[in-house]
Design a binder for this molecule. Structure first.
Ligand SMILES: [Zn+2]
Length: 466
């Protein structure tokens, strides 16, 4: 009898042990699934932040790719919830009759987890729906066109060498390659190099072609040569930099036309923005600064010719400051010297990061439907361009130029000679910054120019209270 009781006890213990193992195993199972769910939740939350950021900055295509990833992860999440539900049910089945308080406590936790998971699932679905609504109405177009370089027959021997040089160096084809790969265009846009009989660059919407006149290239070289003493190689580098700036500006006009992009405000300013953005994002800020140089040099004649306030373009001096501002705005640390050496006024500089972010976001938003997946705004093929870039860097011209120049270009616009930083009127004893509205109101007959504050004070003038 004793023996039998002993056996029964052993049997009971054995059954009891197996039971415990099963219950523990079932609980472990729910924990393993829960850990996987937590991991997926974190990934979904990270993606959520990224996607919202991309929609905010207008990177629609990148955002859409991430939305796809989000959906795939969401499906994985769904699957795991079902597994968790099954595992929970399994645990419940094993412990329901036991009446053990720990088991029941565990069941409560599992049920509450399940509730949270299901509510998260609803949120994830809601996010996807919101994003889908957000991109509705953004038309994604097919790629039926490219930018194409066309060399028209030239007659003047002066232009032969340009043509040969452009063809040999593929200087136009290189940046266009990247744009053609990255942008969907409804039709071809020609970039026609031709002899026009005048110095010009323009886009013609009736032919969908950009015309770059050879006369413009000689004009650019003349302007740089006349104003700054340059080596021949620097001339070439300046020419190419300015040409790039002009090219991307004209490409902007073409894009606005064929893509029907909305523009409010001056289209010319918007094109300067687009050109600046394309070049800066492609790593070509030197080219933008050379473009600024070009506007600065042109602004020298602006005063003589009369300021064309009526013109569709902003004044050359304004375009100069715009280009400096946006370049500085993209990277204030790197381009700090634009304030000290290129005289970008601090008042403007303060807002430049905002200006650049705004123009970048707006252009991203408008171009996003036409930018193919996997492309961002560094559409210029840096690698190809590097290979073909001239050996001489355009930096040398900036150095020469800024070294000899310490005045404020705004003063020269008012009629002061090079080097002036402040102005005053003969009718008062207050000096002003040349870019201020007070300075602009000074009658040219009464204009006094000062090289700096010390000179103005020595002349008996005081600072403006403004
Ligand atoms: Zn234009």
């Amino acid at each position: 009898m004793k023996r039998l009781l002993f056996c029964l006890l052993i049997l009971f213990l054995l059954i009891g042990c197996t039971d415990f193992e099963l219950v523990d195993g079932a609980l472990d199972e729910t924990e393993i699934i829960f850990e996987r769910l937590e991991k997926v939740t974190n990934q979904l939350n990270d993606l959520l932040v990224e996607i919202n950021g991309q929609f905010r900055t207008g990177e629609i295509n990148n955002a859409l790719k991430n939305v796809d990833r989000y959906s795939v992860l969401g499906a994985e999440y769904d699957k795991l919830i079902k597994e968790y539900e099954l595992a929970t049910q399994n645990y419940k089945n094993l412990v329901t009759d036991s009446g053990d308080s720990t088991f029941l406590e565990n069941v409560k936790v599992l049920d509450s987890n399940l509730k949270t998971l299901k509510s998260n699932k609803k949120d994830f679905k809601k996010n996807i729906k919101n994003w889908e609504e957000l991109v509705q109405g953004i038309e994604v177009i097919e790629d039926n066109g490219d930018f194409k370089v066309i060399y028209e027959q030239v007659t003047s021997p002066t232009f032969f060498k340009f043509e040969k040089y452009f063809r040999d160096s593929q200087i136009f084809e290189a940046p266009i390659e990247g744009l053609n790969k990255g942008l969907s265009l409804p039709k071809d846009i020609g970039i026609v190099l031709k002899e026009c009989g005048e110095s010009n660059a323009f886009y013609d919407s009736t032919t969908s072609q950009i015309y770059l006149c050879y006369e413009l290239f000689t004009h650019i070289i003349d302007v740089f040569q006349d104003t700054v003493e340059l080596e021949e190689e620097s001339n070439e580098a300046s020419l190419l930099s300015v040409t790039y700036f002009v090219l991307f500006h004209e490409m902007g006009h073409a894009l606005v036309d064929v893509l029907n992009l909305p523009i409010t405000g001056k289209e010319e300013d918007a094109m300067d923005q687009l050109s600046t953005m394309f070049l800066i994002e492609g790593g070509y800020s030197d080219q933008v600064l050379e473009g600024a140089n070009w506007f600065y040099l042109n602004s020298q004649n602006e005063q003589q010719d009369g300021l064309a306030f009526w013109d569709e373009h902003s004044l050359d001096s304004q375009r100069y400051y715009n280009l400096l501002c946006w370049t500085y705005g993209k990277n204030p640390q790197e381009f700090d010297y634009l304030i000290t050496e290129w005289k970008l006024p601090k008042e403007r500089a303060e807002k430049c990061s905002y200006e650049y972010a705004q123009l970048y976001g707006s252009w991203n938003y408008h171009l996003a439907p036409y930018i193919k997946a996997n492309m961002s705004f560094d559409l210029i093929e840096t690698e190809t361009l590097e290979k073909r870039k001239l050996e001489e860097e355009p930096e040398s011209i900036n150095e020469d130029y800024t070294e000899e120049y310490s005045g404020d270009p705004a003063c020269e616009l008012l009629g002061c000679s090079i080097g002036a930083q402040l102005v005053g009127s003969e009718n008062s004893d207050i000096y002003h910054e040349c870019g201020s509205s007070y300075a602009l109101r000074i009658n040219p007959e009464n204009l006094l120019c000062f090289s700096d504050e010390e000179a103005a004070i020595a002349y008996g003038y005081k600072a403006s209270k403004r």
